[in-house]
Structure formats: C-alpha cells, structure tokens
Design a protein around this ligand. Structure first.
Ligand code: FE2
Length: 491
C-alpha cells in the first residue's frame, strides 16, 4: 500500500473504505477524498501511440490540489474492451509535485486505426474510464473522419452544454483551437456561472499556482470531462493560455502559463515546455484522407511594429515547416488549424478601411506568403479551421485583399463553447454588410462538427444553450465542399 502525504489520505486500517464508491463506478479506496476529480483525457495520437492524461487532485481548488509535495505512483491500463478483459498494456507512471501531480503516459506499440479504453489507479482509487483511438495507418484508405472543433470557453459566461452534446457523438477527434482557459474573470454583466468561482480564484492568473487553479476550475466541469473522456484531443493555445496580452509578456509569466497548460492537457512529450517556449505546431495524418496542419500564431509573431506590413505571424522556421508539411502531403484534404481570422475583413462601417491587427489581417505579407505556399505546393483541398471571435463564420478566402475576389479556399471559423459573443459582435456587426466574403455569421455559442470523406467535406454549425447545462443543442447551418472546389455550398 502506498503512503500518501499529510492531507491526501486517512490513516491505515480503512479496509472498509475499499468498498466505497464515489459517483459512478469509481472506487475511492484508502483516499479520504477522491483524487481523480479532474477526469481523464487522451491526445496526440499517431498510428501506434497515444498520450493518456490524468492529474491527482483531491482538493482541486486548493494549492497543490490538496496534496503534499511528494511523488506518487499511478498505475495505468489500456484495453481493447470497456470491461478491461483484454488489457493490452499497463504500467506505472509517477505523478510528480513539480508537474502538479499530473501524468502523461506516452503509450507506444498500439495497433493503427482502432479504439481503446483506459483508466488509472492510485492506491485503491480508480479513475473513470476514457475512450481513445489511434490514427489510421499511414496512407490507409479510411472512409470517414468525424471531428469536432471547439474554442473559447470562458467559464463564467455559460455552461458547457456543447461538450455534453459532443461527448456522445462518437467522434474520431476533438480539436481545440484555443482560449481553453482565460487568465481573467469578468465580474460584471450577465455571467451565469460567476457564483461558482470562489473569491480566491477571481484575480488574474499570473503565476504557476494561479494558472493551475484556473485550469482546475474549468476542468471540474462534468461535460468538459465527458468530452475529454470520449475521444483523443488535439490542442493549440491561443492568447490567454500563452499569457499574450498584446504587450511584451514577461517570460516567467508565459513559462507559468505554458507549464500549467501542459500539465492539464494530453499533449505529447514533444510539447513539454522549456521555460517560456513550447512546441505547439505539428501535423497529423488521418490515413490518406486528411493532414491536419496545426499552427502556433502566438510565440513567433512580430508584435513590435504593429503597422509594419512585412511582419511575420508564424516566424521563418514555422513558415518553412508549414511549406514542407504542405508539399509532402498527398491527402485528400488539408485543414489548416489556427486561432485567428484568416480571410481579409474590413472593420470600418462606411468609408475607409480598418483591420483587426492581431489577426492575419494585420500581417498581410505573411498572409500572402501562406497563400502563395498553398498555391505552389498544390496541397489538395486546403480548408481553414479558425476561431477567436466567439461567433461562427463561413468565409470565402480570396487570393488577395479584394473582398469579393474569387475564393481560393474556404474558412470555417468556429464559435465559442461558452464565451459571450458580445465581446466581439459590436466590432463585426456594423461592418458585415460590406464584407461579401463572409457568407454565414451566427452569434450562438456552440461548436463545429466536420464530417469528411474522400469527395466531400461537410461542416455543421451547432448552437448550444449555455444558460442551462441541460439546454438544447441544435444545428443552425450546414455547409458542404466538394473535393476540387474551393467554395462551400449551404445545404
Ligand atoms: Fe476567446
């Protein structure tokens, strides 16, 4: 039996406790408080590997999750069946206090293109069961990819109704395009969940402890936990998780933000932060069907000369990486996943022109280089998957800054899971009629569902009622792209 520090466990002689259950089918064992309060997750899949995640935190809204600063062994199991009759691998990981007692298990040697179930044990406590999958074998002719795209989940703004829906959709992948947490808490206006945020968590996150507490607060949500347990996730941080406020960010603050982000998400070891830097951009192939190119638009952008048209969004080395990623793919589709609005957009209602400088619109040369690379590499069927505006959009992307120019590809911008549209709609609404490249715009919260086969890409925009965790989720608009055509058609 393992012995756990001062606050994590009752004394010995608690054999009777082994029979106790907490919630649904979860054994507590010798812990006096259930340690797997933040659920389980998986991510960073390859054809033979997947990363399994959990964190021990019996008191997640206390410093250090209520644990003493001592390393704890965590057993993990991965099986072919939900009852764990066919365990294919198991082992022990160590939850270190330096990593907030999180564990990231990089399981190798799995079979391509199949589903698995996993769980963790610590002492006699057992986590819930998560479901995950490996990617199809390289170049495998898979018929369909079903993935959800999510972003912007400000806790106080609403319930994670969207995740309740997402968790039961039998998805292959969930892609999170940033604003997984927010550094600050809004205390004015209609904030349905503000009362759930204890006063000691309302200050801005600025250091490692406060970022950890912010992640724990968000991660306690049962629907978010259900979505993590239902499928592997791919995640890229946006400005809030990167401690990016438009000014020079102190490197210790960004280090804290990245460390806490890594500790709470199922990222591969490659993404382990090194001080203020983290490897975020990467690609994955879903067989011969799609290569996802996931970009980092935070770490390498030039922020200094705001009006310098030559400034870079991705940095030279990531641009080269993307060119290689695009030129070496033969997949049927090439989604480019990144947070900011890509299509040109004129924010000025009436005469004149104004752009949102923090998006690609403020980086016209970088935007043009990316378009040129797409043309030169002839990557098949590029599609932008964007976020950041807390509203849903379908955009034609023209070849240049000519707003009604012929589209060369389509951008699907996903709305927020919960973040209020009011924070951006005052900017976009007055100018929408002057931006014909925007073909659909909707202010509901929710998420985006993409169903892809070799000849068609379907995008459904789902609206979720965030005023009630049991609220309705409905499809508000559906769009289809035929392979070989750059423009989406409404269904
Ligand atoms: Fe956001």
């Amino acid at each position: 039996m393992i012995r756990i520090g001062r606050r994590g466990v009752l004394g010995g002689g608690l054999g009777a406790a082994a029979g106790l259950y907490f919630g649904t089918g979860v054994a507590i064992g010798e812990w006096d408080r259930y340690p797997f309060t933040l659920g389980v997750a998986s991510g960073a899949p390859t054809p033979t590997r997947v990363t399994l995640w959990t964190r021990l935190a019996p008191s997640p809204l206390e410093i250090d999750g209520g644990l003493a600063p001592r390393a704890l062994p965590v057993q993990w199991q991965i099986a072919e069946d939900e009852r764990f009759c066919k365990v294919v691998q198991q082992g022990t990981a160590v939850a270190f206090p330096e990593a907030a007692h999180s564990v990231h298990v990089d399981v190798a040697g799995l079979a391509p293109g199949r589903w698995y179930f996993y769980r963790f044990h610590c002492g006699r406590a057992t986590s819930r069961i998560g479901r995950t999958r490996t990617l199809p074998a390289e170049d495998a002719r898979v018929s369909t990819l079903r993935m959800a795209v999510a972003s912007c989940q400000r806790f106080e703004d609403g319930y994670y109704t969207a995740y309740r829906d997402m968790a039961v959709r039998d998805l292959d992948l969930v892609v999170h395009v940033g604003d997984y947490i927010y550094e600050n808490v809004y205390t004015t206006g209609a904030r349905p969940r503000l009362a759930e945020i204890p006063s000691h968590l309302r200050a801005d996150a600025t250091d490692l402890q406060s970022y950890r507490l912010r992640h724990a607060l968000y991660r306690l949500d049962p629907h978010l936990q259900d979505a993590h347990a239902s499928a592997p996730w791919l995640v890229i941080p946006n400005s809030d998780e990167a401690a990016e406020d438009g000014e020079q960010t102190p490197s210790d603050r960004r280090s804290a933000a990245y460390q806490a982000f890594y500790e709470h998400l199922p990222m591969s070891a490659v993404a382990h932060p090194n001080g203020p830097s983290m490897r975020i951009h990467h690609n994955i192939d879903f067989g011969a069907l799609a290569r996802l190119h996931l970009l980092d638009t935070q770490q390498f952008r030039d922020d200094q000369q705001v009006h310098d048209p030559a400034r870079s969004m991705l940095g030279a080395s990531q641009e080269q990486w993307l060119r290689r990623s695009l030129s070496s793919t033969d997949t049927a589709w090439n989604p480019i996943v990144q947070a900011g609005l890509f299509t040109p957009y004129d924010l000025a209602a009436g005469a004149g022109r104004d752009v949102y400088y923090a998006s690609w619109n403020g980086y016209p040369a970088a935007r043009q280089r990316l378009l040129d690379d797409l043309a030169e590499t002839r990557a098949r069927n590029p599609v932008f998957l964007s976020a950041d505006w807390h509203t849903a959009w379908v955009n034609n992307v023209p070849a240049d800054r000519n707003l009604d120019g012929l589209p060369v590809l389509t951008e699907f911008l996903t709305t927020g899971i919960s973040s209020s549209a009011a924070s951006t709609s005052h900017l976009t609404k007055p100018s929408l009629p002057e931006n014909p490249q925007v073909r659909f715009y909707d202010e509901n919260s929710g998420y985006t569902l993409c169903t892809i086969n070799a000849s068609q890409w379907r995008t459904d925009f789902l609206a979720a009622d965030t005023s009630d965790p049991g609220g309705a989720v409905r499809t508000v608009s559906s769009w289809m792209i035929e392979s070989g055509r750059p423009q989406a058609d409404q269904r």
